[in-house]
Design a protein around this ligand. Structure first.
Ligand code: IPD
Ligand code: CA
Ligand code: CA
Ligand code: CA
Length: 263
């Protein structure tokens, strides 16, 4: 599969950071860990991965700006901005659970144009560029084609200790559980979206997310033929920090269920 020069830059950066994350995952008990807030951890692995991604992307595209989880914003040319989560699923990582990823997106003049998500343990590399399709390694991705919620598995994320509206989430969970084949909470929003693009999950929703959790996944979802909006049905997921995704029917039905839960 021939990749564009842009995707090659992104893939090279995430593979390099991924090799380092895989090594740190093997020695997780020796990593320095600190807390940014209640149940909100950051480790030396998050920081090292971010440093590698910054250096690689900066070297390849010197003018581009950055929005990164751990080090914040770096101004660039005003048109191009990398949106980077160096380790999505830190809590899983620190508990030895092999469900985590690196997520890198490129936003150009306010539009998300490319996304790469990589799980270095499973060696699954998800890539998408606007107008050119979404891929898992070399395989073209399409969202699932199920239409009946009763057959569907829906992914989500739960608000953790100290964050979000737990009561509201529990109502949503009960409502979605009552009408679907199952709900999954795997702990990496970026992978959840990649899995929805790959048709493993039929749909996904989550609140209280940051741009770096979802930017790359949004590109993948769209390029896999999916529908993705915020929970008010708008194309403002990064600003709202919440998201609902699936094929056209499942997106609509899941949105209706979530509305019912809040009514
Ligand atoms: C977290 C993961 C998780 C989601 C949290 C995020 P982090 O990101 O994406 O699935 O439920 O809201 O903060 O902190 O591990 O990069
Ligand atoms: Ca984090
Ligand atoms: Ca994250
Ligand atoms: Ca992170």
């Amino acid at each position: 599969m021939a990749r564009s020069a842009l995707l090659n830059v992104m893939v090279q950066a995430v593979m390099k950071a991924g090799r380092r994350l895989a090594r740190d995952f093997g020695e997780v008990e020796n990593l320095q860990v600190s807390r940014k807030g209640p149940a909100d951890f950051v480790s030396a692995a998050d920081r090292k991965s971010e440093e590698i991604l910054f250096n690689e992307l900066q070297k390849a595209r010197p003018g581009y700006g950055f929005l990164m989880e751990e080090s914040g914003t770096t101004e660039g040319d005003g048109d191009n901005r990398w949106i980077v989560d160096p380790l999505d699923g830190t809590t899983n990582f620190l508990h030895g659970l092999p469900i985590f990823s690196i997520s890198v997106a490129l936003e150009r003049q306010g539009t998300l144009v490319a996304g790469v998500i990589y799980n270095p343990v499973s060696d699954e590399l998800y890539t998408a560029e606007r107008g050119s399709g979404a891929f898992l390694n070399d395989r073209r991705l399409r969202v699932a084609t199920r239409h009946d919620l009763a057959d569907c598995i829906i992914g989500t994320g739960m608000p953790r200790f100290g964050y979000g509206d737990h009561g509201k989430f529990l109502k949503e969970l009960a409502t979605v559980m009552g009408e679907t084949a199952g709900v999954r909470r795997c702990g990496s929003a970026a992978l959840d979206l990649a899995w929805t693009a790959a048709g493993r999950f039929d749909g996904f929703w989550e609140r209280a997310l940051s741009p770096w959790d979802i930017a790359a996944g949004i590109v993948l979802l769209r390029e896999a033929g999916g529908f993705v909006t915020d929970l008010d049905g708008r194309d403002r997921m990064l600003e709202a920090g919440n998201i609902c995704a699936g094929n056209e029917d499942i997106h609509r039905r899941l949105m209706a269920l979530l509305k019912k839960a809040s009514g």
